[in-house]
Design a binder for this molecule. Structure first.
Ligand SMILES: Cc1ncc(COP(=O)(O)O)c(C=O)c1O
Length: 376
């Protein structure tokens, strides 16, 4: 058996009894969609996140779409975000007919750069009569929170909403605050590979504000009003299945411990790899903890990365590039007319980054083997 990139089987051994009991419970009561497990999970995760409301939904993508719909985002609206993220972040903006306005990233944290954000907001205000700045979606890439002390005031002073895409960072904190308590709304994903994952698709939206909560609950089920067959706005089918919620409740029991274990794995990697010539190990900004969705390193340049990934491949050690092609260079956003050179920091990182196996059950011995291969 080789070293897995993410070891969901090892995790399953820890939660098997509880997961089976949870699934059995759902099969017994028969409320397969929006059963009692949903409200229970929402209570547990909103408590954990120190935020008043949580709305379970079908995926992290649905969470973003629902949040944007709650802010009535549509054609003519500019929503600022990073090009160095998973497709869904900017896709949700574009699907609603709004325009994603990309902002370059910080070279150390890989998260949205507040200085460039400030420039881009001013640029849209001053130079684009066809667009109105409406909001910001930050992404806590690989599990590390963005620079909220600088971004929150920027958002509020410019009259913009702030959505936190915490798909990769659920379980992380910023200056002791859980990430899903940040911004006006926070969205997360329970895709199996995420720090807290279910066994299918799932997601959640978090909000402090009561009105936003009501809107999100309505949007989740086709814009329903007081009852399901009264439709007061457009919405989506964004419901979470009861079985997935039951699985998440079982997994949540071990989640805080898993976050600690991920930190230990990251610390071990940092110790083993920080001395290797040409490699840059990940750095956490002051006051941040990470959920370590990924452990991502920078090689000296693309050639060096190809060489290192080649060595890992020969040794049967999985490594993945997140993300080889930034969103501004993707064909799906060709209408935005970007080209290479528009976001130099992001492009430089995309050419050098790669991620190593990362999960709470990764042992010291396997990590030493990986480090040995990279060193050799
Ligand atoms: C940053 C980010 N945003 C959004 C998503 C979308 O989540 P989902 O796959 O649950 O729709 C993901 C997950 O893959 C992600 O990594």
């Amino acid at each position: 058996m080789g070293i897995p990139f993410i070891d969901l089987k090892a995790q399953y051994r820890e939660v098997e009894t509880a997961v089976k009991k949870g699934i059995d419970g759902v099969l017994g009561h028969g409320a397969y969609v929006m059963g009692p497990e949903i409200a229970e999970l929402e209570d547990r995760l909103s408590d954990f996140s120190a935020v008043r409301h949580a709305v379970g939904c079908g995926s992290g993508t649905d969470a973003l779409i629902m949040a944007l719909m709650a802010f009535e985002v549509g054609p003519g609206d500019a929503v600022f975000t990073t090009p160095f993220t998973f497709m869904a972040t900017a896709e949700a903006i574009a699907l609603l007919g709004a325009t994603p306005v990309f902002v370059d990233v910080d070279p150390v944290t890989f998260n949205i750069d507040p200085d460039d954000l400030k420039r881009k907001i001013a640029d849209i205000k001053d130079n684009r009569t066809d667009l109105i700045p409406k909001g910001i979606i930050t992404v806590d890439l690989f599990g590390q929170p963005a620079d909220y002390d600088r971004i929150e005031p920027l958002a509020h002073n410019s009259g913009l909403f702030l959505i936190v895409d915490a798909a990769q960072s659920f379980g992380a904190t910023y200056k002791d605050k859980p990430v899903c308590s940040l911004g006006d709304v926070a969205c997360t994903s329970f895709f199996p590979a995420k720090p807290l994952g279910c066994y299918g698709d799932g997601g959640m939206v978090f909000a402090h504000n009561n009105e936003l909560h009501k809107l999100l609950v309505s949007i989740r089920v086709h814009g329903m009003g007081e009852d399901r067959y009264e439709n007061v706005r457009l919405g989506i089918n964004g419901r979470l299945d009861s079985i997935q919620a039951a699985i998440l409740l079982a997994k949540f029991e071990i989640f805080p411990d898993e976050i600690e274990k991920r930190q230990q794995v990251a610390d071990r990697y940092n110790d083993l790899l920080s001395g290797i010539d040409g490699l840059t190990t990940p750095a956490l900004a002051e006051g941040c903890t990470s959920a370590w969705a990924q452990y991502s390193l920078l090689a000296r340049d693309t050639e060096h990365r190809t060489e290192l990934m080649g060595k890992l491949k020969v040794a049967d050690i999985p490594a993945v590039i997140y993300y080889p092609k930034p969103l501004h260079l993707q064909k799906a956003y060709a209408n935005l007319e970007h080209s290479m050179g528009d976001f130099p920091v992001c492009e430089n990182i995309a050419g050098r980054i790669f991620s190593l196996p990362m999960h709470p059950y990764l042992g010291a011995e396997d990590q030493e083997t990986i480090a040995g291969v990279l060193e050799g």
